[in-house]
Write a new protein. Structure first.
Lengths: 91, 91
């Protein structure tokens, strides 16, 4: 059962580093090495395929920004948590 | 010896798919599979490290856009050609 939009907004507020910009979940990740950011993008891609929900990704040298359109059917919160875990492993 | 800006602009005109937007070389690459685009980004990252010149990268599902600021000291043309070759291998 999909969660309500209100529940989603509340949960996004608890997610480390993510914020809501209109209907898009956004998080900026910073790395101390360029290739660590690239390895993180690889992990994000694998997670995105698993969820069949692909964030818009920008790589600006050591900064990676993800923009994930909110889709209450697609468990964004779980996906965002997995992405945060991937960041902890690759930072 | 760095090439002149005029020579650079002429050479960019010959590069497949690249165009100049103000002082930034831009090319959009499209893939028929999401993970092919990601493998291409990995190749672009390795090339960028070798040239120590990192394009701004956006990944929008199966579309990858590179924006490489023109730097006449840094042989952008050779880098762009290597990136184009990586695209042929990963498309």
């Amino acid at each position: 059962m999909p969660i309500t939009e209100e529940e989603l907004r509340e949960q996004i507020g608890k997610l480390e580093g993510w914020k809501l910009e209109q209907d898009i979940m956004v998080r900026k990740y910073m790395f101390n090495e360029y290739m660590k950011g690239i390895a993180f993008v690889d992990a994000v891609a694998a997670i995105s395929e698993a969820f069949d929900h692909h964030p818009h990704i920008t790589i600006d040298y050591k900064t990676v920004i993800l923009r994930l359109p909110v889709d209450v059917e697609k468990l964004d919160i779980r996906q965002a948590n997995e992405i945060n875990e991937a960041f902890e492993k690759n930072r």
